[in-house]
Design a protein around this ligand. Structure first.
Ligand code: SF4
Length: 168
């Protein structure tokens, strides 16, 4: 008898390790956004996989200033994101082949690497995916895994969206 949970969720590294965010941008959360998301996911008995943090791995440091997508959109960073996205894709495909279910992939709105729907630029809000998320989406779109962008400025809205998905 094996009672393990067969469900998985892939989350951005900083959703469970807030200190990985760029300097000065953790402003909106009350205390921390770690617990409400983790509580919700754990209450649903879901295995959690932290995806690599493209920005800290590229810089090899936790200390970095926030930068817009135009600064990150370089050949080197895009290749780095592709390599990371390919690793995550292999992990996802292995799990599916082993009869596990991927309930969702989460991103972080406004991140140049991990946003799902929108990002702020110096020309205002742009509707697009982040550089890492775009690679991951291209690799996995035929698998139809729901992708949700967490907006830390509106935590309750994001929690409700995720809860609705996990309950469905
Ligand atoms: S690159 Fe992604 S995981 Fe890393 S801090 Fe930004 S949003 Fe979080």
């Amino acid at each position: 008898m094996d009672n393990r949970s067969k469900k998985f969720i892939f989350i951005p590294f900083c959703l469970m390790a807030q200190a990985y965010q760029a300097q000065g941008i953790v402003k909106y959360e009350w205390k921390s956004s770690i617990r409400p998301f983790m509580d919700l996911i754990l209450d649903h008995d879901i295995n959690i996989i932290q995806m690599p943090c493209a920005e800290t791995e590229f810089k090899n440091s936790l200390i970095r200033e926030p930068k817009g997508i135009t600064k990150y959109n370089t050949k080197e960073f895009n290749e780095h994101c592709k390599t990371l996205a390919n690793k995550v894709t292999n992990q996802i495909k292995n799990l599916i082949e082993s009869n596990y279910e991927i309930v969702a992939i989460l991103g972080i709105e406004q991140s140049p690497s991990c946003c799902v729907n929108y990002i702020y630029t110096n020309k205002g809000m742009e509707k697009r995916m982040g550089l890492f998320m775009q690679e991951l989406y291209e690799n996995t779109k035929e698998l139809n895994i729901p992708i949700i962008g967490i907006n830390r400025k509106y935590i309750n809205k994001s929690l409700t969206e995720l809860e609705k998905l996990l309950d469905s």
